[in-house]
Design a binder for this molecule. Sequence first.
Ligand SMILES: Nc1ncnc2c1ncn2[C@@H]1O[C@H](COP(=O)(O)OP(=O)(O)OP(=O)(O)O)[C@@H](O)[C@H]1O
Length: 230
Amino acid sequence: MPINGTSWLTRSNGADQPRLEAFELYRFYHSADDETAALSGVSLQLCAGEFVALLGPSGSGKSTLLSCLAGLEEPDGGHVDLMGQRLSRRPEAVRAALRARHIGMLMQSANLFAHLTVEGNMTLQMLLAGTKDRVKLDALLDVTGLAARRRAYASQLSGGEAARAGLAVALSAGHEVLLADEPTAEVDAATETVIVSHLVEPCHGNGDMALIATHSDALAARADRVLVDA
Ligand SMILES: Nc1ncnc2c1ncn2[C@@H]1O[C@H](COP(=O)(O)OP(=O)(O)OP(=O)(O)O)[C@@H](O)[C@H]1O
């Protein structure tokens, strides 16, 4: 069942321009003679300061939605606006530049390059966003409990370490928009609490915005808004 004809409009007073907006998104996948509708007319608005959870059964289209919102995939219908600029149907290089400038991402497959160290992955993320902040890098390694593993290659990390390293990378550049796909799927409850706090804090502290696809009730309980695939 796709995320279907859903309209998730903002609960804010509308005074601010939404950070991220989707208008009537459609996305279909084709294989052999099969067609899967992953998104079917999805509209949403996400505003500054919001920490939003996206819930839905496996296969309902959460990852597809995040991917379209990040400009990694083009929707087959509808469009996405990021920070008031059109993201959809623009050349890949333009989408990549907008993404690097504004979006921190934590995708299911992790956002780590295996041949780089934890620190190297974080530095690369900062450079792509045009920043380099050594103090912030050290602080993120501390809060994610990875200071001692900073020189480990991504391929050498445990599942939980990789999840925390992915988070550290996603938060490195301090983007206004964070998109995360099941960031706590492979971690224990204590690590989940730490990760969720670090996802919430930039929203409530700095006015950043996060959309998190999750199956976790604990994470959803911390959200300002929960979007449920009805
Ligand atoms: N590259 C692809 N090719 C074909 N079908 C795909 C592709 N990616 C996703 N799908 C299909 O699209 C639908 C939505 O998939 P998606 O991964 O977005 O769901 P999800 O809600 O994120 O699932 P989960 O909670 O299991 O991660 C599923 O039926 C899936 O099999």
